[in-house]
Design a protein around this ligand. Structure first.
Ligand code: BT5
Length: 319
């Protein structure tokens, strides 16, 4: 019942909803409604109450509460269960611990990560309440070789969500970054467990710098956030909702059709590297190449300086 009430308040945010209306609609007493409202207030929601008009949701708590995301989420599987934390070492690490016991689509989200992880043992800065630090647990029936396609689906959905909610010109820097103005605003870390021919589970970790106003000096030239680019704070909850909904759409499209078609349309349209000259970092070696295509598998086809063409499966590129 509390969830239903919360949804009503969200759907009509800024308007009054009368206790009488809610009590009639849900067949519970007005006292029960009043009690639920008090509980929501205790959880941090700011609800204005006037005797005659009823209840009005003024401001939601800034904390990313799983329940407040769930009430608005129009998905079948993704986010069916959302586990939220105030602080955690890494949402990906926690997701790994519980992956076997939870259902496909479970989401872990935390206000802060004290040991956020990037690829290849690198770290990911995840300051409190200033970003989206979350992991999606997936259990698809696909060959392990296909697993990394989840990174492409996540990149497409995150880029799309940032553009839709903020209007900012976000681009996908293959394979796992979203950039604005050439600076990284989001990183994706996909991890997999299973055997040679079977995936047990996949964890797609997404970190989005939303309201980080100031980065540590070492990141200032390479990182940015939505608030820095937009010049005003951005609602993290709205981005999470749009991102998860889009993720489910693109994921289902891939599962049903077996191709990345819909994700690729976004990936190609908003690619930061397609048609560009890039540097490929291979160990200590650095090669220059031109990106000539992103193929059906989401891999990068490049032409090296000596004219040879190569397909990049993963790795490090810079513009
Ligand atoms: C990534 O690695 O970009 C993947 C980041 C994934 C983070 C999410 S948050 C939720 C989930 N739980 C986790 O523990 N991780 C995932 P990579 O491409 O290796 O980039 C890492 C590099 O980006 C670092 O070495 C820094 O140079 C830089 N970096 C670190 N924190 C950053 C930030 N907040 N914004 C931009 N760049 C950052």
């Amino acid at each position: 019942m509390k969830e239903k009430i919360l949804k009503e308040l969200y759907d009509r945010k800024g308007e009054y909803v009368s206790g009488e209306e809610l009590s009639g609609k849900y067949g519970v007493s007005r006292t029960a409604i009043w009690k639920h409202m008090n509980n929501l207030k205790k959880e941090g929601y700011r609800i204005e109450t006037t005797h005659k008009k009823g209840y009005k949701l003024i401001e939601t708590t800034d904390r990313l509460i799983g329940q407040s995301i769930k009430v608005a989420l129009k998905t079948r599987y993704i986010g069916n269960k959302i586990i939220d934390f105030d602080t955690i070492d890494s949402t990906n690490s926690y997701a790994k611990e519980i992956a076997k016991e939870v259902l496909h689509g479970t989401v872990i989200i935390s206000e802060e990560q004290t040991g956020g992880r990037g690829r290849m043992g690198r770290s990911w800065t995840s300051p409190k309440s200033e970003g989206i630090w979350m992991s999606i647990i997936l259990k698809p029936d696909i060959p392990p070789m296909e697993g990394m396609k989840m990174t492409q689906i996540a990149a497409a959905s995150t880029c799309w969500a940032i553009r839709t909610v903020t209007g900012l010109e976000a681009y996908i820097k293959w394979p796992n970054d979203i950039v604005i103005d050439g600076k990284k605003v989001c990183g994706i870390l996909t991890e997999m467990a299973g055997e040679l021919n079977k995936i047990d589970y996949l964890i797609v970790g997404i970190g989005v710098n939303v309201n980080i106003e100031k980065f540590p000096v070492e990141f200032r030239d390479i990182a940015t956030s939505l608030v820095i680019e937009k010049g005003e704070k951005v609602d993290r909850r709205t981005i999470v909702i749009e991102l998860l909904q889009q993720f489910e759409k693109l994921y289902m499209d891939y599962i049903n059709c077996g191709t990345l078609e819909k994700s690729l349309a976004i990936i190609r349209n908003y690619s930061a590297v397609l048609g560009k000259s890039i540097r490929i970092l291979k160990g200590n070696q650095e090669l220059r190449a031109e990106v000539i295509a992103i193929n059906e598998e989401g891999l990068l086809r490049v032409r090296l300086e000596d004219g040879k063409e190569e397909l990049l499966i993963s790795g490090e590129v810079s513009i």
